[in-house]
Write a protein that binds this ligand. Structure first.
Ligand SMILES: O=C[C@H](O)[C@H](O)COP(=O)(O)O
Ligand SMILES: C=C(OP(=O)(O)O)C(=O)O
Length: 357
């Protein structure tokens, strides 16, 4: 028989990975972490169902690259959470998977050593350890679900999930979201189109059957029941912000037309601040002011924040990395983050008791 070289033409190698069950066995969910996740998801569902009138704030680094600095950040956030817990629910951004416009570092799971060695097996284990550490502090976590297989490894440690602007229109991500255990925020597209986020919420609310893996790492037909906690995240697009009152009213109308609850989160970063982190406090103050003035649909905000302001490129010699500074998008520093959150707390104290519906 003639042999044909027609399969895996562009694949150079398959390396093995531990199964999700292997990783769960070596890094099991602890009681403290399980409580943080369970309570965090319940609080978020209550916010989305309007049984809890607080705003939730997804806040933290654009991406995690140094677990020591990441935990330092988490401890600060945990303290702040106690201070503002009557008005705000803080959820730490713990992003390990970065969607790139073209190329670039794709995050801590894909390349934990940041040197193109791509030790995904170690990245996944480190990511699970980091999530466990954060959850054990009693802090809920938020992440972007980019790789459709990762949730089998990490999903039990996540409280809120984002589907990013580059993948909201993807059927694979909508199917995956229909089976995720957390509320899911769908970003508008990079061009500002919010209709793709609304279609994603509708799609993910239905049951789906699709290919995936099970806990044993075996290819499986995944059958889901649908996720009724999808909502829109406005992140601006096409060089324009979309957190202003008119854009929010248009999003409310589009949600009403699709017979979906008016649940809207504003991402203070990305196109809403023209990727200039220093503008994030202005966006946040504007959103909180809209809530003060009676907006019922704004239920959350996102902030890209780190210990140190700005961003840095990844140096060849990693010992040159600046501690607590983003290696992806620019962030506000810790002092600014505290001020943004404390100011929001002060502005919301007297209005939240009357905010329902
Ligand atoms: O939030 C992160 C970035 O905006 C996103 O990953 C795209 O990054 P890039 O345009 O630098 O590739
Ligand atoms: C990639 C991100 O955002 P977006 O999908 O809105 O670009 C992000 O929040 O890290």
């Amino acid at each position: 028989m003639t042999s044909f070289h027609v399969e895996n033409v562009n694949v150079t190698r398959f390396d093995s990975m531990p199964t999700p069950e292997d990783l769960h066995a070596s890094l099991p969910l602890t009681d403290a972490a399980g409580i943080a996740v369970t309570k965090g998801r319940e609080a978020l569902r209550n916010i989305l169902d309007r049984k809890d009138s607080r705003l939730f704030v997804v806040v933290g680094p654009c991406s995690i690259h140094d677990p020591v600095a990441g935990l330092d950040y988490a401890r600060r956030l945990k303290k702040l959470q106690e201070e503002v817990k009557d008005t705000l629910m803080l959820v730490m951004r713990v992003y390990f998977e970065k969607p790139r416009t073209t190329t670039g570092w794709k995050g801590y799971i894909n390349d934990p050593d940041m040197d193109d060695s791509f030790h995904i097996e170690r990245g996944m284990a480190n990511a699970r350890q980091f999530l466990l550490d954060v959850c054990e502090l009693g802090l809920p976590t938020a992440t972007e679900a980019l790789d459709p297989i990762s949730p089998q490894f990490l999903g039990d440690l996540i409280t809120w999930t984002a589907i990013g602007a580059r993948t909201t229109e993807s059927q694979t991500h909508r199917e995956m979201s229909s089976g995720l255990s957390t509320p899911v925020g769908f970003k508008n597209g990079t061009d500002g189109d919010i209709s793709i986020a609304i279609n994603a919420i509708l799609s993910a609310s239905h049951p789906h059957s699709f290919l995936g893996i099970n806990g044993h790492g075996k290819v499986a037909i995944v059958r889901t029941s649908g996720n009724r906690y999808g909502h829109v995240v406005l992140r601006g697009g096409d060089g324009r912000p979309n957190y202003d009152t008119v854009s929010v009213a248009m999003a409310e109308q589009a949600l009403a037309k699709a017979k979906l609850p008016a649940n809207i989160v504003v991402d203070c970063s990305h196109a809403n601040s023209f990727k200039n982190p220093e503008l994030q406090p202005l966006v946040m103050a504007d959103v909180v002011n809209q809530v003060r003035l009676g907006s019922k649909s704004l239920i959350g905000v996102m902030i890209e924040s780190n210990i140190v302001a700005g961003k840095q490129s990844i140096p060849e010699d990693l010992s040159q990395l600046k501690y607590g500074c983003s290696v992806t998008d620019g962030c506000v520093d810790w002092a600014t983050t505290e001020k943004m959150i404390r100011d929001a707390d002060a502005m919301l104290k007297d209005v939240l008791p009357t905010r329902r519906g």
